[in-house]
Design a protein around this ligand. Structure first.
Ligand code: DGT
Ligand code: CA
Ligand code: CA
Ligand code: ZN
Length: 574
């Protein structure tokens, strides 16, 4: 299908026109058309063949002609003409999170910034600060954004990295010479995205382990094959670094290769202050240039000789380090076993694969005591939103189940569509039927940030809305988050007792750990949900809990660590 290509081209056209300074009415038309084409259930070439292009909402005569030209000749003259006026490389800049067409236009006109590299240089040289409305924080975000884009393409999500690592670790564990083994690096810290997989092994026979490793069936290419470090590329292009060390440095190596780099630097400074040295081999006392080994067998003993408690790997990040090294006790962060149920899963009533009863059965097997079946609402037609008539059936089915089940409660939920104007689905009478309402955005991602903020805040203020689902809309490595004022949304959520979701689906992981850490400080509370469309997806809960842990959440901060009675009480809005 050419749908994606066509939508992409129209989006690019809209962005370029925006940079050129075309009126919003015109640029919006391209973005709208693109959005609708992407949501199309049919092949656009088929539609064209049947002369039905005009049936696509938002596709007027002008855009229709451009699509026809593209489908027939593989090019769009208007687009090519436009790139002669506005450099196409500016689109890379538009794609940097927090930049967008308005700023790209400003940078281009005032500073002749044409490429991502131009922008990085201008940002680092402080030139952006001379422009109206650009503050230091803005520049910081832009630089961070450039980094994300630069890395974004090749990084994999936590779910994929976990699967690959588990397979390799299982094979390594089967080698008799392998004693202790652990993942390290960003995977052990539970980052949303992973660059490469690091694994650490303790063994007295490193060469045996390495020889086996480079010959695993997953290996496509061996990049390094040594006694302490080997590195391979798997058949699906994942880099795996393996390090093998002896017993007395295993703990120190685990600590070092878990990182983060910033965390390691902090530790090194603490060591220096105590006349010690820390490396991947151990912690050493340093007197008159002589080194004496103090610790290294376990992480705990390394931290202990430095006078520190051993922090969970998820907290070893730059963004929480002030709190981490403050000397205060580290709070007990949430664990998978604290989770008592879920509030956002789908059934066959919308686009889920399994019936309510099957979802409930799977939830019970996980030891949960409640599950909210939150199917899509009617406006999300592509996902089979539940009509009012079907909702009555669904309610009856849930009531029946509840009268039979012991020690388990099925909740009637909905994933309520927030439309492009900020209106909600169903009417207020019907909304009151639900035990729980998760409101989400699935359209209009390219709207101006003010409009997106308004849509989210409107939903939060509605008396029936309890949770905002996947609040930023990101699809890791595939779709950037939509732009809105996160601070305002946090404030509204805290004020109106609305929970922000940590969506545990590996493609999303939305909110991410930075958001969670920040939002918690604004007084926000959270719900962790898998957004399961299949019974197997319930297992993704562990990723959501990892993100929560990275954001320093305790069980207190998470709605679905409560039993159902407490939970329903906590949903009451002021
Ligand atoms: P990634 O792979 O990009 O997702 O991120 P990491 O954190 O896994 O980074 P990686 O694979 O380059 O290195 C693994 C760990 O090794 C890292 O978290 C900390 C440690 N490490 C690597 N290079 C350095 C370094 O130059 N300085 C310090 N202090 N630590 C390093
Ligand atoms: Ca790594
Ligand atoms: Ca690595
Ligand atoms: Zn959903």
């Amino acid at each position: 299908m050419k749908n994606k290509e066509v939508a992409e081209l129209l989006n690019r056209m809209g962005d370029l026109l925006q940079i050129k300074g075309e009126i919003v009415f015109k640029t919006r038309a391209y973005h709208k058309a693109a959005e609708n084409i992407e949501a199309l259930g049919e092949d656009i070439a088929e539609l064209e063949a049947q002369g039905r292009l005009s049936e696509i909402p938002g596709v007027g005569a002008a855009i229709q002609a451009k699509i026809q030209e593209y489908l027939a000749k593989g090019k769009m003259t208007a687009y090519e003409e436009l790139t002669k006026e506005v450099p196409e490389t500016l689109l890379d800049i538009v794609n940097i999170p927090t930049v967008g067409p308005q700023k790209a236009k400003l940078f281009y006109e005032k500073l002749n910034v044409k490429t991502m590299e131009d922008l990085r240089r201008a940002a680092e040289a402080g030139k952006l600060l001379t422009l109206p409305g650009i503050k230091e924080k803005t520049v910081e975000n832009i630089l961070k954004g450039i980094q994300i884009v630069a890395q974004g393409q090749e990084r994999m999500n936590l779910g994929k990295a976990t699967d690959v690592a588990e397979e390799i670790i299982a094979l390594l564990k089967a080698i008799p010479e392998v004693r202790r083994i652990s993942p390290a690096g960003s995977l052990r810290r539970g980052m949303e995205t992973i660059g490469d997989i690091d694994i650490l092994v303790e063994s007295g026979h490193p060469l045996k382990v390495m020889d086996a490793f480079v010959n695993f069936p997953q290996v496509k290419k061996v990049n390094a094959h040594g006694e302490t470090k080997s590195s391979i590329l798997t058949k699906d292009n994942v880099q795996v670094d393996l390090r093998v060390v002896d017993a007395k440095s295993y703990g120190a190596a685990l600590l070092y290769f878990t990182g983060s780099k910033s965390f390691n630097i902090n530790l090194r400074q603490i060591a220096i202050k105590n006349n010690m040295k820390i490396s991947e081999y151990g912690v050493f006392a340093v007197t008159n240039d002589k080194e004496k080994y103090l610790a290294g067998k376990t992480e705990e003993e390394c931290f202990a000789v430095l006078g520190l408690a051993c922090p969970p790997p998820e907290l070893r990040e730059e963004f929480g380090e002030e709190e981490l090294f403050s000397g205060k006790k580290i709070p007990k962060i949430v664990e998978l076993k604290d989770i008592q149920g879920e509030l956002h899963v789908h059934s066959t009533y919308s686009d889920g694969r399994h019936s309510i009863a099957q979802m409930v059965e799977a939830a019970r097997r996980r030891g949960y005591s409640y599950l909210a079946i939150s199917d899509h609402s009617p406006k999300l037609r592509v996902a089979g939103g539940v009509s009012v008539a079907d909702l009555k059936k669904k309610k009856k089915e849930i009531d029946n189940l509840n009268s039979r089940l012991k020690g388990f409660r099925v909740l009637l939920g909905t994933e309520l569509e927030i439309d492009t104007e900020g209106n909600l689905d169903y009417n207020d009478t019907i909304l009151k039927w639900f035990d729980i309402v998760v409101a989400s955005i699935h359209s209009g991602f390219n709207q101006p940030p003010d409009q997106l903020t308004k849509r989210l805040v409107n939903a939060i203020e509605h008396p029936c809305v309890n949770i905002i689902g996947h609040p930023t809309g990101v699809h890791l490595g595939k779709r950037e988050p939509y732009q809105f004022d996160f601070n305002k949304v946090c404030q509204a959520a805290a004020e109106h007792n609305v929970f922000l979701e940590i969506n545990a689906f590996p493609l999303r992981l939305d909110l991410n750990s930075h958001h969670v850490y920040y939002a918690r400080r604004q007084g926000v509370k959270f719900a962790i949900n898998t957004d399961a469309h299949h019974i197997d997806h319930l297992a993704y809960m562990k990723y959501g809990v990892t993100i929560a842990r990275r954001g320093w959440l305790t069980a207190e901060d998470v709605l679905n660590t409560r039993n159902v009675t407490e939970l329903l009480k906590m949903l009451k809005k002021k």
